[in-house]
Each structure stands twice: as C-alpha cells, then as structure tokens.
Ligand binder design. Structure first.
Ligand SMILES: *Cc1c(COP(=O)(O)O)cnc(C)c1O
Length: 350
C-alpha cells in the first residue's frame, strides 16, 4: 500500500438506477414522472438569458424560498432548499446526527441513508419492517441519535398514517426526526403542519418525482426556524452556491401551476390503480402502494428472471439484489401507453 492510501476515506457508494439511452425504451426504473414539467416552466426557460450565468446565483435561493412559502403557506424562515432532496438530507445528516447514540431507520428503506451514515461516520441501527413491510412504530421508542424514514416508504410504497408518524415524532422529542416525503404527493397527507407543533421535526420533499423535475435537482425541507438556521450554517460552511440559477427560477415557476400539478398527480394515481388490478390478475402480490411505483413479487417466477426478460425488451424496472427484497421488482408508474406495453409483454411472458 502506498503511504497516502492509509488516509483515504473509503466508502461504498450509493448505486443509482441506470439511465439507459435510446429512443424506444420504456423507463420505469427510477421513479421519474412520465409527464413534462408544468407548461410555465418551458416558457420561463425560453425567457432565460445566458448573460444571467455570468454572475453567482443568490446563495439564499430567495425566489425559490418565496415561491415555496406561498405554495405551502409556511414562513420563509421555516424553509431550506438544496440540490435535490439527496443534498438536503445529506446536509441534515451532517447538521443533526452528531450523537454517539445510533440513528434509526428501517432495514428496508431508501438505501442512501446507510451510505450517508457511513460517509459521515454516524452509528446506526435498522429496525426490521414487519412481515407485511410495515414500519413498527414501537421499534422507534428507544434512545437514539436521530430518526429518518420515508413516508410513503421506498421501495415498498406503503404509507404510514400521519397519526402513526406523529406517534414516532412525539416519542422522540430529544432528537431530530426527519420524514422523507419524496412520494407524499401521490396519496398521503404531509407532516409539514406538524413542524409547527414539534420543533425537532424536519420534513423533506423533492421536485424530482411529483413535479417532473428530477433533472433540475431541487429539494426542500420544512421545519422550525432554529433547525433551518442550523442547516444553513452547515451549508454555508461547505458550499454557499449549491443551487444554480435555472433551478431557482424554474423551480419557483413550477410551483405556480397548482392545476397542472393536481391533474398530473391524478393521472398517475389512476394509472397506478389500474396497474394494481392487472398485476394481481397476472399473479403478482405487492404492498398497497401510495407512491408512483409498485413493489411487486410474482407467485411463481423469480423477480430477477422477469427483470432480465423485461430488459431484453428495452423495458427497464428496478431490481434490488438485497436481503428480504431480492424477489421483488420496483415498477415506476409510467404513462397509460407505457404500462399497457408492460402489461402486454408480461401477459405473454408469464
Ligand atoms: C428519489 C428519492 C430521494 C431523492 O430525490 P432527489 O432527486 O435527490 O430529490 C430521496 N428520498 C427518497 C425516498 C427517494 O425515493
């Protein structure tokens, strides 16, 4: 070993879903939205001037914070933004999870949590979901250095009723609790209002899924002004200009069209419920998803085998070769047309 190698930080990185290139492929593997961003986003993009890019962006992200404040009826001082919710959550781990006690998150959950915990050298424990993949709230009623869970959970799609999420928060007022609401718009009630009741609660959301802007990298968090101040202190100690000008301008624009947002969500929910029907008919079982994906297992055929067969057809879904979930496929809800093609192939194949 070369001497300098002893001091290298060694980490096992998060593996994102692949981004295959091509015309005719059906991409149902990374929970992107199949519909374009709100029409106002395109118009705003066409009005952007290249000369804007000469200067640094506003480090306080004021236009975006103001737009979020209006859309979510939350004071500006209660909002933090970042480069996707991945950035927001990473900064939150650095800011809030500095105890010697372990942080807690579910064993089957967003696999990035473990990567950040390792990167920042945070001890952690992962209470197991029950046999039906539900989070057992009692597992979180013990000493900890912080808690994070997605609601709805990923990759299961299961929604925990807000009252149960509140139970976890209420039992843990000595540490920071983060609720990752990447998929909440597809069928759940947000915990944002609870941040007014619990000073230790941070609710994280993203523009990547429900707002069709994964490529823009926009995430946000809502919480008590003291939490937000601390997040900003860490952000400004690390990289002041995280968000670029197009993200700030176009993100703010996306929030203006509530009608388009609601229509898109409705279409995806409708396609999802239809897909549940035919998946069942084809012999799949799955938790009752409230997200924009379905986490399905087939009664007879191995998930990995189906995954490979779909790939051959240029249909991409996500397969995780991990304990407990290695016989499941996570299928993103696409357009009706895409789902119809998936159905037709599966029907033939099975
Ligand atoms: C997609 C996702 C994120 C990250 O999304 P960004 O694109 O970084 O905003 C965070 N948490 C969960 C559970 C997700 O599924």
């Amino acid at each position: 070993m070369r001497p300098w190698e002893a001091n290298i930080r060694r980490v096992a990185p998060y593996v994102p879903g692949e981004q295959p290139k091509g015309e005719k492929l059906i991409k149902l593997n990374t929970n992107e939205n199949p519909y374009p961003p709100a029409p106002g986003v395109r118009e705003a993009m066409e009005r952007m001037d290249c000369d804007w890019f000469r200067k640094y962006p506003d480090p306080a992200a004021t236009v975006l914070i103001k737009a979020l404040s209006k859309a979510y009826e939350a004071d500006e001082e209660r909002i933090f933004v970042g480069v996707g919710s991945d950035d927001v959550i990473a900064v939150a781990f650095m800011t809030f999870f500095n105890s010697h006690k372990p942080i807690l998150f579910p064993d089957v959950s967003y696999s990035f949590y473990k990567v950040w915990a390792d990167l920042f050298k945070i001890p952690y424990e992962t209470p197991a979901l029950d046999m039906e993949f539900r989070i057992k709230k009692e597992d979180y009623y013990r000493e900890n250095g912080g808690i994070i869970f997605p609601n709805p959970n990923a990759p299961t799609g299961l929604l925990m009723p807000l009252s149960e999420a509140e139970d976890i928060i209420a039992h843990n007022q000595e540490s920071v609790v983060i609720v990752d609401e990447a998929y909440i718009d597809f069928g759940g009630e947000s915990a944002i209002r609870l941040t007014e009741k619990y000073e230790n609660l941070l609710v994280v959301q993203t523009f990547s899924k429900s707002r069709s802007m994964a490529g823009m990298r926009i995430g946000c968090a809502f919480g008590h002004p003291e939490l937000i101040r601390r997040l900003n202190d860490v952000k400004y100690s690390y990289n002041s200009y995280t968000m670029n000008i197009p993200s700030l301008v176009l993100g703010a624009k996306a929030l203006e069209d509530e009608r388009y947002f609601m229509d898109t969500l409705k279409k995806i929910r409708c396609t999802r419920e239809t897909a549940k029907g035919w998946l069942k008919e084809l012999g799949f079982t799955f938790p009752d998803s409230m997200a924009n994906f379905i986490f399905a297992s087939h009664r007879e055929r191995r998930a990995e085998e189906i995954y490979m067969a779909l790939r051959e057809q240029n249909i991409f879904v996500r397969y995780f070769k991990q304990p407990r979930i290695d016989n499941y496929l996570r299928i993103t809800i696409g357009t009706d047309e895409e789902m119809e093609k998936l159905y037709r192939f599966l029907k033939e194949y099975l």
